[in-house]
Ligand binder design. Structure first.
Ligand code: PA5
Length: 453
């Protein structure tokens, strides 16, 4: 961990003593989380253990449907999309959608989260409706981006297969007893999967939200959950020094207090690049809050930033090295890449090129990371590394769970509610109002009377 003063310099590093001084706060935070889990309030902690039946149903569904459809399209946004993308990128072939041999008989996967008309239209224009299955994912069952895409997809399917067969082309993933999606699913006879009430959107990747698209693309969802269960055990450890989620949450918290208000996640792995996108939402939406638990205005929260190594060494790294001292960087380092790819030896007579040929690409990408780390240390920039032995379902499940748990601990340390998102809801409500949804007239009036209008 290159976060300590003796490694990167007194002024910008943490003193080990600070960790000792604050560790009891982290332990208290941990106790609160375990107590909340006991009370059934930490749904994400139950997921590695309570889904045997659901997993069996998901696997059976995937088995039944994978040959019937060429395309599986997720309609969802935020916590109902980012985990799906992260799993797909981490586990499946990078060119999965492009080549049939990369898919091993499974359907293509598209995650349509935005409502840019050009993107939405371009996708539908390429799909054969008869061979397309949509998974509409919305916990609230009313998010405008998702439901508007559903309305369009429904029309697209109905025109091709007829009104009475619409339900066969949709699976709804939603809350069991609230919102409109569940009602629609019942009316149309769609297959349904449920998101537990005590699991928030951004904590839901290991529910059917993320697991169905994973199963539909051949990902081993049991191993994902096994990885999460393994990490759950580690995260329940009471000894601060033996619990990496506690240590890391405290480091992030202390770094923030020392003015490192930007938290960069920088995987040196293409496979983990979308995990950083998923984490960006988790960290931002959970910790960016106006009020603390007592209702005092605090307006706090670290700003998460995604970077990709080595690519962003040639884009962001200059700023990280020499810009303001306001960042803590978390590297994700893969110890064993699945491919051993040699750099061919050639041009031995050209000093500036010949040296590459004694090495392979895995060595190169990790050397790039070590070099960046060293340069950051030289410039007294806080950085730390999470080592991933190799990227597979088991380690990915661990990473999801680890960062979710760390976020819950950080919420306790910051004394905010990490599980709500009033700012996001406010934006959603203005959209409903402006678009004329009943019950939201006051929001529409606010818009009509605003300077913005
Ligand atoms: O984490 C969250 O709660 C949000 O990002 C939601 O996932 C997002 O707004 C989508 O909400 P819903 O699943 O209700 O459509």
């Amino acid at each position: 961990n290159n976060v300590f003063a003796e490694m990167i310099g007194q002024k910008h590093g943490l003193q080990r003593k600070e960790l000792f001084d604050f560790k009891d706060e982290a332990v208290k935070a941990h106790q609160n989380i375990l107590a909340a889990a006991e009370a059934g309030e930490m749904g994400f902690m139950e997921l590695p253990h309570n889904q045997q039946e659901i997993v069996a149903e998901l696997k059976q569904t995937a088995e039944e449907l994978k040959d019937k459809f060429d395309n599986f399209v997720v309609l969802g946004i935020g916590g109902s999309a980012l985990g799906n993308i992260a799993v797909q990128t981490a586990i499946n072939d990078p060119y999965y959608n492009l080549f049939a041999e990369a898919r091993d008989g499974y359907p293509r996967l598209f995650v349509s989260d935005n409502v840019d008309p050009e993107g939405v239209k371009a996708l539908l224009a390429k799909l054969d409706p008869k061979k397309t299955l949509f998974n509409v994912i919305s916990k609230s069952g009313s998010t405008a981006e998702t439901m508007s895409q559903f309305l369009l997809a429904r029309k697209f399917i109905a025109e091709a297969v007829g009104e009475d067969r619409v339900g066969e082309h949709f699976i709804a993933t939603t809350s069991k007893d609230s919102g409109y999606l569940i009602e629609i699913a019942e009316r149309e006879g769609m297959k349904k999967f449920f998101i537990p009430d005590n699991v928030g959107g951004r904590f839901s990747v290991l529910t059917p939200v993320g697991l169905l698209s994973a199963a539909m693309t051949g990902v081993d969802i049991e191993q994902l959950l096994a990885g999460a269960a393994y990490m759950d055990k580690i995260c329940r450890e009471n000894d601060f020094w033996q619990n990496p989620a506690l240590v890391n949450a405290l480091i992030q918290y202390l770094a923030y207090k020392k003015g490192k208000v930007m938290s960069v996640m920088m995987p040196y792995s293409d496979r983990l690049s979308d995990l950083a996108d998923w984490y960006r939402q988790l960290w931002a939406e959970s910790l960016g809050k106006e009020v603390d638990r007592q209702g005092n205005k605090v307006n706090l929260g670290p700003t998460p930033i995604k970077a990709l190594g080595a690519t962003d060494q040639h884009s962001q790294a200059q700023l990280y090295m020499e810009g303001p001292f306001d960042k803590i960087i978390t590297f994700l380092e893969v110890e064993n890449f699945a491919e051993e790819l040699e750099i061919p030896k050639a041009y031995a007579d050209l000093d500036g090129l010949g040296y590459l040929g004694d090495h392979n690409f895995a060595e190169l990408i990790n050397t790039e990371k070590w070099a960046t780390e060293l340069a950051l240390n030289k410039r007294q920039r806080m950085n730390q590394t999470v080592k991933v032995p190799k990227v597979n379902e088991f380690t990915l499940g661990q990473l999801f769970y680890f960062f979710e748990f760390q976020t819950a601990v950080a919420g306790e340390l910051f004394n905010i509610n990490a599980f709500n998102q009033p700012g996001v809801e406010l934006g959603k409500n203005y959209t409903y109002g402006i678009f004329g949804r009943s019950g939201y007239q006051a929001k529409k009036d606010e818009f009509e009377n605003s300077a913005q209008k």
